[in-house]
Design a protein around this ligand. Sequence first.
Ligand SMILES: [Zn+2]
Length: 117
Amino acid sequence: MDDARARDLLTTELAELDERARFAERTLADSSGDTEEGALGQHPGDHGSEVAGTMDSELLVDTVSEQRRLVQEALGRLDEGTYGRCAVCGNRIDDERLEARPEVPTCRAHADTPVVA
Ligand SMILES: [Zn+2]
């Protein structure tokens, strides 16, 4: 994969992650401290699903910020000229893998190997 293509994929992904982060944070803000629905006679059985929704949003905020970090690191590797190389063994990461997940720092063989930054 050439650098221009990789940068395009990564910046697109970053924009999408920003959008998802805003959405998740808005969902969190909406669901905390809002008692209006309860006052209107919300069914008690609905309470559980509302709590679960808040937890999902918190999880989403964590996941999105972790993903943003990976994408930004990948953009940093593009700037350094090390993009597309496995952080563990230094081999080229194949294009199919980069097309699917342009932010990955490792080849298939090292997909589960933790990378120490
Ligand atoms: Zn590797």
